[in-house]
Design a protein around this ligand. Structure first.
Ligand SMILES: [Zn+2]
Ligand SMILES: [Zn+2]
Length: 195
């Protein structure tokens, strides 16, 4: 119940609305109470201080923990929860830590490698593509990982171009014929002068 009392008798009376807290039994200004629309006076029964103590006790209780888990479960499958989660995941993936975790997962999942094993291969190839020997610094895009198409065994690191070419080569692609065709076509349209 909210009552109005006069405070500050010495300096001139100011009317202050107060309410008695059911926790600490003190009469406190209503600003010390959180709002609660379901109550007749629109305020919680306990002051903020008592309320937060009680909330803490509840959070740490078995019942409180279960309730929170239930709530989180519901929240995570809700539309809003999913949106927040995917937004968070996107943000996280953009961070250095997120990128590292993602790369670690991909290496493990796709090649059964750890980033440390990748790094060892990188160093043993002097940071160069295994075929064209083009050097690539560690900050640049990572090398492709060359795997035996039959066994899946990791063979080495290649630049993207060489990895593509190797794939075609292993599929029996006739590069020599393709090159001859391309050059001849280039000559045929008159761009390249034949020696
Ligand atoms: Zn209180
Ligand atoms: Zn290469």
């Amino acid at each position: 119940m909210v009552t109005t009392i006069g405070m500050g008798v010495m300096t001139g009376v100011t009317k202050v609305k107060v309410k008695t807290c059911t926790g600490c039994k003190e009469s406190l200004p209503i600003s010390e109470f959180n709002k609660d629309r379901s109550r007749a006076d629109g305020l919680r029964d306990r002051c903020r201080k008592c309320g937060s103590g009680q909330a803490k006790k509840y959070r740490n209780s078995e019942q409180g923990r279960n309730a929170r888990q239930q709530y989180l479960k519901k929240y995570n499958i809700s539309e809003h929860g999913r949106q927040v989660k995917s937004k968070y995941q996107k943000q996280y993936r953009g961070t250095p830590r997120g990128k590292e975790v993602e790369r670690r997962g991909q290496l493990k999942y796709l090649y059964g490698l750890t980033p440390e094993q990748y790094q060892q291969m990188y160093l043993s190839q002097d940071g160069c593509c295994g075929i064209c020997k083009e050097h690539r610094s560690e900050e640049e895009r990572h090398f492709d990982i060359d795997c035996d198409p039959n066994t899946g065994e990791v063979r080495g690191l290649l630049c993207w171009k060489c990895n593509q070419m190797l794939g075609r080569y292993e599929n029996g692609h006739n590069f020599k014929q393709e090159l001859v065709d391309q050059f001849e076509e280039y000559i045929a349209v008159g761009v390249l002068k034949e020696e």
